[in-house]
Design a protein around this ligand. Sequence first.
Ligand SMILES: Cc1ncc(COP(=O)(O)O)c(C=O)c1O
Length: 379
Amino acid sequence: MWKVQLFKLNYDKRESQAVKDVVDSGWITMGENTKKFENSFEEMLGGTIYATALSSATASLHIALLSLDIQKGDEVIIPALTFVADINVVRMVGATPILADCESYNDWNISARTIEKVITPKTKAVILVHFAGYPCQMDEIVALCKERDIALIEDCAHAPEARYKGKAVGTFGEYGCFSFFTNKNLSVGEGGMLITKSEKYDREAKYFRSHGMTALTLDRHKGRAITYDVAQSGLNYRIDEMRSALGLVQLDKLAKANAKREELVEHYHDRLIGVEGLTIPFINIVNIESVYHIFPILLDNEIDRVALIGKLKDDGIQSSIHYPAFKDFTAFRDIGLNEAPIAEDIATRELTLPLYPTMTHDEVDLVCDSLIKNLGELK
Ligand SMILES: Cc1ncc(COP(=O)(O)O)c(C=O)c1O
């Protein structure tokens, strides 16, 4: 149906072999591959850091809020422009989500300036997102959170291996939360990783992941434990060995895949900067190394986005929207969310074009040719 899909897996025989090896080994629930995946992820991030592999990034965000004891009466600042996971986890622990706006029409991330505007005495935590793989300006945000005694959670779902001033994102705050959902830079189907520098938070995360149990099924299988204690209440947020094995292969490919994304984005820039009807965000942002998770553009006010998506579809080009505004979803319509004018405006005009590491330059040209032609027709 599509000539150019929004996303394609960067998989080959290595992923198939990795899953086959796990199945053939006879051990499929959390075990040695998971430990290896965590260790390799820790190495990739650098420094003294602890990683806990989980069933999703949403699980990692939930665990972070539970461990910080965020509850009813507390406020948590989240970006106004992000995926619903961030608002859902805040509401699931009973706290109140407060929206921080984008820094500007060029830098769509939240910033110390937009966070500070919405801090109140009830603010207990900030969840930031490195949108589209472009890191936030961390020095100012870290300083603000320290000064106001507010916990910082980095949602790095878009940004594995992205760096701010040479330091990996996910290592700045109390927690870093990564997603390995299908369309992410590192994909295993469903999966996530929780990062922390604190031994205490790491211990709690590993308890939260597996019912608070002090020993795993694997420990009993290996004869290392006969029974177990339950140290604290917990959930089942475990990853399995198939996904961890996929994660190891994908982690090995990540740097090269991110470099290919950068090359494709440069090609998009060459073709689209200056084209009438659109602007491209995240131009000349300082201090950062992006990992180009998605390629978002901003349509001019007069362009009918739904009509454009239809015309692109007629040409075989898949596109998408990141993200609709929270206030337009049924679940959040009546909860009294504060306004965030730039994010709300971007939400009505954003369009995401295809981007994935195995995409060819000819495919970028197909997308750009169709986009330019259809924008001309819609003006
Ligand atoms: C910014 C952001 N946060 C969190 C998530 C949730 O990730 P997961 O599907 O692994 O729970 C996503 C997934 O799309 C995301 O884009």
